[in-house]
Design a protein around this ligand. Structure first.
Ligand code: HEM
Length: 399
């Protein structure tokens, strides 16, 4: 039997999180690999294998084992959300929100998103200081999702803080208790939305929470805890991911001046440039699945119970699918990346994320023709999550 290439995969190693890409080559060279990270894991990286797993929800469940007793759940205990369910529950839950996320419904938000982006960049112009992450990427998506959920603008900063804390909680080492500030956040978030849910029940508005309350009351599909869980998922999924697309995408564009110049000379390439940002350095590095029974994937046997990392960002660099995968090429066509997942759990927010990114990049490049790194030697600092990859800060010069 041929020797297996050594692999390195450790989501808890900051150096690995900073740049996992060099480690994907060995994973892409063969069938899925099994590892012991204190828990048994399987690593699925090749494009064809990723597609295979994401379509096989009979074997590969989205429902993990129950959370360990040390993981604090508060009033979310026992609840379900889209991402953590399989059919038929997933199908029922997805039906409840899919009409609020159709490309047509999302297009109606365009004027308001443009207004928010313009307000942000007006502020930047006045001060002359521009950190793409802190001033734009951290603000635009949270404002949009908060408005969709009917949360007042004064609470945006609190909202962002809650979302950040809940994402940090995902970096806890398995077996360690939930830190007190995360416990506080889970309680604050659920208190807030419980009150809001009551208000919308009496006085429904055009927002998503009102729509979900109605679904809960009439359809009997969502329990109260499910409703809270759903809103929390939207807060995180609709926020950090798009933030990281704007941050990682700006970084890729600025590090490839020929591609930046090409985009500036041909703005019609914007949509295709955003697809390439998603492929090249996507906000979601990996997702996970839980095999219910042993399954053969690409020639490897994945045992039941092995936590299966489906490494979307590695598949997006698979040379068997993408010619010259390490090249950032905004004209790449076709570009069938899996940055938004694949199959029944395909990202419901993809039309919204694409719209927000196209407005953010369109307005930013238009307003700031001299946009460049403040520090040409910039070594970006990555936030603490492997799964949700993004940088903390990206200071730019605009004049
Ligand atoms: C660039 C931004 C985004 C990226 C890269 C992204 C990525 C993903 C991925 C990879 C999945 C599938 C996960 C899996 O199958 O395990 C997913 C699912 C999901 N996303 Fe996104 N997402 C983004 C933006 C958004 C936004 C803006 C929203 C909502 C406003 C959103 C809401 C969701 C929800 C609710 C799911 C679960 C869908 C289901 O299980 O049926 N996402 N996203």
């Amino acid at each position: 039997m041929a020797e297996e290439t050594p692999i390195y995969f450790n989501p808890w190693d900051p150096a690995f999180r900073d740049n996992p890409y060099p480690h994907y080559g060995a994973l892409l060279a063969g069938p899925p690999r099994l590892m012991d990270l204190g828990i048994k894991v399987a690593l699925v990286a090749r494009y064809a294998d990723v597609i295979r797993v994401m379509h096989d929800h009979e074997h590969f469940s989205n429902m993990g084992p129950p959370p360990p007793p040390e993981a604090y759940q508060g009033r979310l205990a026992g609840s379900r959300n889209l991402l953590g369910t399989d059919p038929p529950v997933h199908t029922q839950l997805r039906r409840l929100v899919s009409r609020d996320f159709t490309p047509r419904r999302i297009r109606e938000l365009e004027p308001r998103i443009r207004e928010i982006a313009a307000e942000i960049l007006d502020r930047v112009e006045r001060t002359g200081e521009f950190d793409v992450v802190k001033d734009l990427a951290n603000v635009l998506p949270v404002t949009v999702i908060a408005e969709m959920l009917g949360v007042p603008v004064e609470l945006n900063a609190t909202f962002k803080e809650w979302s950040d804390k809940l994402i940090d909680a995902g970096n806890n080492l398995p077996g360690t208790p939930t830190p007190p500030e995360v416990v506080k956040t889970v309680d604050a978030l659920t208190d807030y939305f419980e009150r809001e849910i009551e208000k919308r029940r009496k006085d429904p508005g055009p927002d998503l929470v009102s729509a979900l309350v109605q679904a809960h009351d009439t359809g009997d599909v969502l329990s109260s805890a499910d409703l809270l869980n759903f809103v929390s998922l939207l807060l995180i999924a609709g926020n950090e991911t798009t933030t990281n697309l704007i941050g990682n995408g700006t970084l890729a564009l600025m590090r490839n001046p020929d591609q930046l110049a090409l985009l500036r000379s041909n703005p019609a390439l914007l949509a295709s440039a955003i697809e390439e940002m998603l492929r090249y350095d996507g906000p979601v590095q990996s997702t996970v699945r839980f095999p219910k029974a042993a399954a053969n994937v690409g020639g490897a046997e994945i045992p039941a119970g092995a936590i299966t990392f489906v490494v979307l960002a590695a598949a997006n660099r698979d040379p068997a699918k993408f010619p010259a995968p390490e090249r950032f090429d905004i004209t790449r066509e076709p570009n069938e990346h899996v940055a938004f997942g694949e199959g029944i759990h395909f990202c419901i927010g993809a039309p919204l994320a694409r719209l927000e990114a196209s407005i953010a990049f369109g307005v930013m490049l238009d307003r700031f023709p001299n946009l460049r790194f403040k520090d040409p030697e910039l070594k970006p600092k990555y936030k603490g999550s492997y799964i949700l990859r993004g940088i903390e800060s990206l200071p730019m010069t605009i004049n």
